[in-house]
Design a protein around this ligand. Structure first.
Ligand code: MF3
Ligand code: CO
Length: 259
C-alpha cells in the first residue's frame, strides 16, 4: 500500500513544514563568506529546537544535517569548514527531518550574491520543472507523464536531466516506492493514486547529463563541470490537483525582504 491515510498525511505535512522553515532559516544565511559548515550547524540546531531530528545524519553513514552542493556539484555535497561561498556561486541545500516518526525532505538552490544571467535561467527553469511535475501529480496520470513533463521542459532550454538520481515516495522511511525519475516516456510507469506521497526533485544540468562521484564517496557533480540546479518538494497525489505539503514560501518571502 503506497497510499497514506489522511492522518499520516497530516504528520507528513508537519515534517514537510519544518523542513521548509529550516531551509528558509539556512537561506537567510547564504551570502559570500559563509561556510557550508555554518549553514549545517544552524540547520541542525533549528531542527532540534523544533523537537525533531536531522533526517540525513547517519543515513547510510551520511555525516551531516544538510547536503550542500555548490556550482557543478549536483547533490550530496558534504558541508565543510573549507567551503566558503563566494559571489556568483549557486548552492543547492537539501534537508531532511524526522518528526513524530515521519520524514520531511526538500531542497532549494540559492544564489550567492550576483549570479550570471545564464545560471539564473537554469535555476528558474529547474524550479519550473518541479512545478510542472507537481501539476501532473494527480490520479489521472502515470509516473512517466510526470517524468516526461519535467524532461521536456528542461530539454526545451538545451539543459539536460540527471539520470542517476530520482525522486521518491516518503513516509516512515525517507526513501519509499515509487521512484520518481525526471526523465521518461508519457503513459509509462505506475499509475498514480490518491494519497501517495512523493518527493519530486528535478536535478538539471546546464551542460551535459553525465555525472561523476567525487573522491569523498558522496558528492555527485557534473562531468563537464557546468553548473547544476536542484529543487525538491513533497506532495500528496490528489484527484484533480496535488496537495503540496512542503513550500518555498518561507524561503522566498525572506529572500524578498533581503533583496
Ligand atoms: N536528499 C536526498 C533525497 O532527496 C537524500 C539525501 S541522502 C543523504 O533523496 F544520505 F545524503 F543524506
Ligand atoms: Co529527496
Amino acid at each position: 500500500m503506497l497510499e497514506k491515510t489522511d492522518s499520516e498525511i497530516e504528520l507528513l505535512r508537519a515534517s514537510a513544514l519544518l523542513v521548509s522553515q529550516t531551509l528558509a532559516e539556512v537561506g537567510s544565511m547564504v551570502r559570500p563568506g559563509v561556510t557550508t559548515c555554518e549553514l549545517d550547524a544552524r540547520a541542525e540546531e533549528f531542527i532540534r529546537d523544533h523537537g525533531a531530528q536531522p533526517g540525513f545524519k547517519g543515513y547510510h553513514g551520511y555525516p551531516n544535517t544538510l547536503c550542500t552542493s555548490v556550482n557543478s556539484q549536483i547533490v550530496h555535497g558534504i558541508p565543510s569548514r573549507d567551503t566558503v561561498l563566494k559571489d556568483g556561486d549557486i548552492i543547492s541545500v537539501d534537508c531532511g527531518v524526522l518528526l513524530n516518526r515521519y520524514y520531511g525532505d526538500s531542497a532549494y538552490t540559492f544564489e550567492v550574491g550576483n549570479v550570471s544571467e545564464s545560471t539564473r535561467c537554469l535555476l528558474r527553469v529547474t524550479r519550473e520543472c518541479l512545478f510542472k511535475g507537481i501539476e501532473m501529480a494527480t490520479q489521472k496520470n502515470r509516473i512517466g507523464d510526470l517524468s516526461w513533463t519535467i524532461q521536456q521542459h528542461a530539454e526545451s532550454y538545451g539543459y539536460s536531466v540527471v539520470r542517476e538520481l530520482v525522486g521518491h515516495g516518503i513516509g516512515i522511511h525517507m526513501h519509499e516506492k515509487p521512484d520518481v525519475p525526471n526523465y521518461g516516456r508519457r503513459g509509462s510507469g505506475m499509475q498514480l493514486r490518491k494519497n501517495m506521497v512523493i518527493c519530486i526533485e528535478p536535478m538539471i544540468n546546464k551542460g551535459r547529463k553525465e555525472v561523476i562521484e567525487e573522491k569523498d564517496g558522496w558528492t555527485i557533480r557534473t562531468k563537464d563541470n557546468e553548473p547544476s540546479a536542484h529543487f525538491e518538494l513533497t506532495v500528496a497525489v490528489g484527484e484533480q490537483t496535488a496537495d503540496v505539503l512542503s513550500t518555498f514560501s518561507f524561503i522566498e518571502d525572506r529572500l524578498k525582504l533581503h533583496n
